[in-house]
Design a protein around this ligand. Structure first.
Ligand SMILES: NC(=O)c1ccc[n+]([C@@H]2O[C@H](COP(=O)([O-])OP(=O)(O)OC[C@H]3O[C@@H](n4cnc5c(N)ncnc54)[C@H](OP(=O)(O)O)[C@@H]3O)[C@@H](O)[C@H]2O)c1
Length: 244
């Protein structure tokens, strides 16, 4: 009998950490529903990689901070089969600098995407997964949640601390439904996320392993948490931060 494939929704899959997660999951037996915000051609490139690796892929434009848009993302999954997992990954930094100088619209948008967006996606996922007999959610947090990011983006660190908290609470809430909820907290990773593109090189001397991470090094941790090897792991916050 053929092994059942995973069907996993990945938000922010068009580039950076999310793109590496899509590619790795495809190699590990997942079909992917790839949510992206604006860059359809980048999403199509990642989808081609997923297909080369043997996975099916649907690409869906989504604003994760919008309830109806999140529902459209999950509704698109039905063309691939019953959803078995979610990677809550789409995130933004908002304004960089000291809190005293941060503008309210930028902070509000960061909180909307990083906190409300994760809650909306997780809410829809637990509804679908409970109906489908269980599954797994991985939230991408940040080492910033415990470091606090002074002088850089305290509001962003606070939003990621909220991601850690929702991971712990939701894991307990839905364990009896057969749903595991875990978190990966990356340190600084080489992506286009940073306002200063050279930030990963600049912070390297302060990282115990002496360098910033690569997106693929985050993707491996995510794939493990979604796999049967992590069947007894829930409520965990797995730090993948080079020792920070
Ligand atoms: N890079 C790091 O050093 C680092 C460290 C710790 C944690 N993280 C976390 O890791 C996650 C991924 O970061 P990254 O570095 O890969 O970021 P990135 O390169 O900036 O990519 C962000 C992705 O999220 C999508 N996105 C942004 N806002 C969205 C929205 N409202 N709705 C749907 N999709 C949206 C973007 O889509 P478009 O391209 O189409 O706009 C893109 O695919 C984030 O949660 C981030 O906070 C990153």
């Amino acid at each position: 009998m053929p092994q059942q494939r995973f069907v996993t929704v990945v938000t922010g899959g068009s580039r950076g950490i999310g793109a590496a997660i899509c590619a790795r999951l495809a190699s590990d037996g997942h079909d992917i529903v790839l949510g992206y915000r604006s860059d359809g051609s980048a999403a199509a490139t990642v989808a081609a990689t997923v297909r080369e690796r043997g996975g099916a892929c649907a690409t869906v434009p989504v604003d994760t901070a919008d309830e109806a848009s999140v529902d459209r993302l999950f509704d698109a999954a039905t063309e691939l089969g019953a959803v078995t997992g979610l990677v809550n990954n789409a995130g933004i930094s908002g304004p960089n600098g000291r809190l005293a100088d941060a503008d309210v619209a930028g902070m509000r948008r960061a909180l909307d995407v990083n906190v409300l967006g994760y809650l909306l996606c997780a809410r829809r996922a637990v509804r679908d997964l409970a109906r489908n007999g269980g599954g797994a959610i991985v939230n991408i947090s940040s080492a910033a949640a415990t470091i606090g990011s002074p002088g850089q983006y305290v509001h962003y660190a606070a939003s990621k601390a909220a991601v850690d908290a929702m991971t712990v609470g939701l894991s307990k809430e839905v364990a009896a439904d057969g749903i595991r909820v875990n978190c990966v907290a990356p340190g600084t990773v080489w992506t286009d996320f940073h306002q200063d593109p050279q930030r990963p090189a600049k912070v390297a001397p302060g990282i115990p392993l002496g360098r910033a991470g690569q997106p693929e090094e985050i993707a491996g941790a995510v794939s493990w948490l979604l796999s049967a090897d992590a069947s007894y792991t829930t409520g965990a916050i797995l730090r993948v931060a080079g020792g920070l």
